[in-house]
Ligand binder design. Structure first.
Ligand code: PEP
Ligand code: MG
Length: 582
């Protein structure tokens, strides 16, 4: 059994398709003078073939996720025109008289080395791009067949070192039934794509490409983050049963789509969806979401070399606002940095740190990026029920500064006679412990709070949320977390402002039990989690949950709290549901 990071729930059982997207051995041999022209022609043919492939993939990508995300292919195509790469290789073939694969790989290596030698994130990403394009050319030179993922005949489970945007763009959900990669984290491009397509997936599975071959039988458990290669008949049977259970449970739960999420004693609970892209807006209704509690706008900024224009953002936000009207959409301003993968913006390397220039800190430093986004959100607010939320607020000054910029933008829109919702609400994410501790102060100047437990937990325990080695310290159900959350809820209630939660805890039954008891009645989660949470909510009374929360607050360790909550949850939902939803 191999372990990784579960990023998209469900069980996939099928045959492996191993994507060989790394070139292991490049042949090296001398050529004679008479062969030079032939080698050069081979090179030119490989370059042209690669261009054609890239253009085809780009077209498919545009159809699937829109033009904005396809700009990365323009960068790749431009690289194939680069004279140092193309003419440099041809000159070297003539000069050194080695085969083209060898010469080209040397040129590539040098170019990538030069780029990554500059201590700059942007340059490093260009180095990755050069390698990506180079691999394609090399594969064509070595006549290795590219697997056309959009044209697979049979259902497969993809296994790969990594999946690039060009790979995921081609994926067909009916044929790619699951995947596992060696690279990636919870918010990597592949993880986001897996959730959007609702394909079971595990990432960060070390060395998996060395442990499987095409045709192996494989099980991907996207809930537990495990991968089993060539399972015994007994294990296979167990997982087939589990998969059937999940399917029938999903079917059963989907019937809850139209019923209310009220507790046994009639308390109305709001269950909203988290989305990463406008494309998800269609599927959230299927899961019975009550609006969008978190629209992570970072997705619009990724895989491209320029920032999205105000108009492009306006169209995306307006589309979502109109589609879900009269329900509310909470649009979170740009939260780049930390584990949000780097865009092509040339942002500083420091943004890779969770403690660095990320989220609102970055936006306040870059009004040229922040203001167009605010303008786009405000303009979209005219077409629906929109709220704005700032990520990573750590103190009052940041909140005030951000709000001043919103006011400036409003004045500009007034001047240009551009309509927006004058009553638009502005909220703060509470995901930094300092913000939780002064929640009473922040509440006086916020229209609402949304608790970001993913970050709140990592900052409270000083545990990098994507570092597998210390994940045992990342304890959502620890009393310390609940104590902080209680402070936030109490502060919001005192100032009479709504408070919701949009971290992963919102979609975890055991945590929801305690959170309800603390007086939290608004939850936002990956939409596939909604039916299960709705079922839970409908089977508890607020009085019972209050007792549970009170007990958890008095426990001493995360382990104790976990055990206690799991024992309580067992009495409410079935064992198989616990297995599936945690
Ligand atoms: C969080 O931190 O809980 C959150 C919802 O935001 P993100 O996961 O995007 O950092
Ligand atoms: Mg966060």
């Amino acid at each position: 059994m191999l372990n990784g990071i579960p990023v998209s729930p469900g069980i996939a059982i099928g045959k492996v398709l191993l994507l060989d997207n790394r070139i292991s051995a490049v042949p090296k041999y001398k050529i004679n003078k008479g062969r030079i022209v032939k080698e050069v022609m081979r090179f030119i043919r490989a370059i042209n073939k690669t261009k054609k492939e890239l253009i085809q993939i780009q077209r498919k990508f545009i159809d699937k996720v829109g033009k904005a995300h396809a700009a990365i292919f323009d960068v790749h195509l431009l690289m194939l025109e680069d004279s140092s790469l193309v003419e440099g290789t041809i000159a070297l073939i003539r000069e050194e008289q080695y085969n083209v694969e060898f010469v080209f790989s040397q040129v590539l290596e040098k170019a990538a080395k030069n780029l990554s030698a500059v201590d700059d994130e942007y340059m490093m990403e260009r180095a990755a791009d050069i390698n990506d394009v180079g691999r394609r050319v090399l594969k064509n030179l070595l006549a290795r067949k590219h697997v056309d993922l959009s044209n697979l005949k049979d259902k497969v489970v993809l296994i790969s070192h990594d999946l690039s945007p060009s790979d995921t763009a081609q994926m067909n959900k009916d044929k790619v039934i699951g995947f596992a990669t060696e690279m990636g984290g919870r918010t990597s491009h592949t993880a986001i794509m897996a959730r959007t397509l609702e394909i079971p997936a595990v990432v960060g599975v070390g060395d998996i490409t060395q442990k499987v071959i095409t045709g192996n039988t494989i099980i991907i458990d996207g809930v537990k983050g495990t991968v089993i290669v060539n399972p015994s008949s007994c294990v296979l049977e167990k997982y087939l049963k589990k998969r059937t259970e999940i399917k029938s449970l999903e079917k059963k739960l989907s019937r809850l789509r139209y019923v209310r999420a009220d507790t046994l004693d009639g308390k109305k609970i709001l269950l909203a969806a988290n989305i990463e892209s406008q494309d998800e807006v269609h599927s959230i209704a299927m899961h019975g979401a009550n609006g969008i509690g978190l629209y992570r706008t970072e997705f619009l900024y990724l895989n491209r070399k320029s920032i999205p224009s105000e108009e492009e953002q306006f169209n995306a936000y307006k589309f979502v606002a109109q589609k879900i009207y009269p329900q509310n959409v909470v649009i979170r301003t740009l939260d780049l940095g930390g584990d949000k993968f780097m865009s092509e913006l040339g942002t500083p390397k420091e943004m890779n740190s969770f403690l660095g220039l990320r989220a609102i800190r970055f936006c306040l430093k870059q009004p040229d990026i922040f203001k167009p986004q605010l303008r786009a959100i405000l303009r979209a607010s005219h077409y629906g029920n929109v709220s704005i939320m700032f990520p990573m607020i750590s103190g009052l000054s940041e909140l005030r500064e951000a709000k001043v910029i919103v006011e400036t933008v409003k004045k500009e829109l007034d001047k240009g006679n551009l309509p927006y919702d004058k009553n638009l609400k502005i909220g703060a994410m509470i995901e930094v412990p300092s913000a939780a501790l002064i929640a009473d102060i922040l509440a006086k100047e916020s229209d609402f709070f949304s608790i970001g437990t993913n970050d709140l937990i990592q900052y409270s325990f000083a545990v990098d949320r994507v570092d597998e080695k210390i994940s045992y310290l990342y304890r959502p159900n620890h009393p310390a977390v609940y104590r902080l959350i209680k402070m936030i809820i109490d502060a919001a209630n005192k100032s009479n402002i709504p408070v919701s939660i949009c971290g992963e805890m919102a979609g975890t039954p055991a945590s929801v039990l305690a959170l309800l008891g603390l007086g939290l009645f608004r939850f936002s989660m990956a939409s596939i989690r909604i039916p299960e949470i709705k079922k839970l909510v409908r089977n508890v009374s607020t009085d019972d949950t209050k007792k549970i929360a009170k007990h958890v607050l008095e426990l001493s360790t995360g382990k104790e709290a976990n055990r206690y909550l799991k024992s309580k949850i067992k009495k409410i939902i079935s064992k198989s549901e616990i297995e599936i939803y945690g």
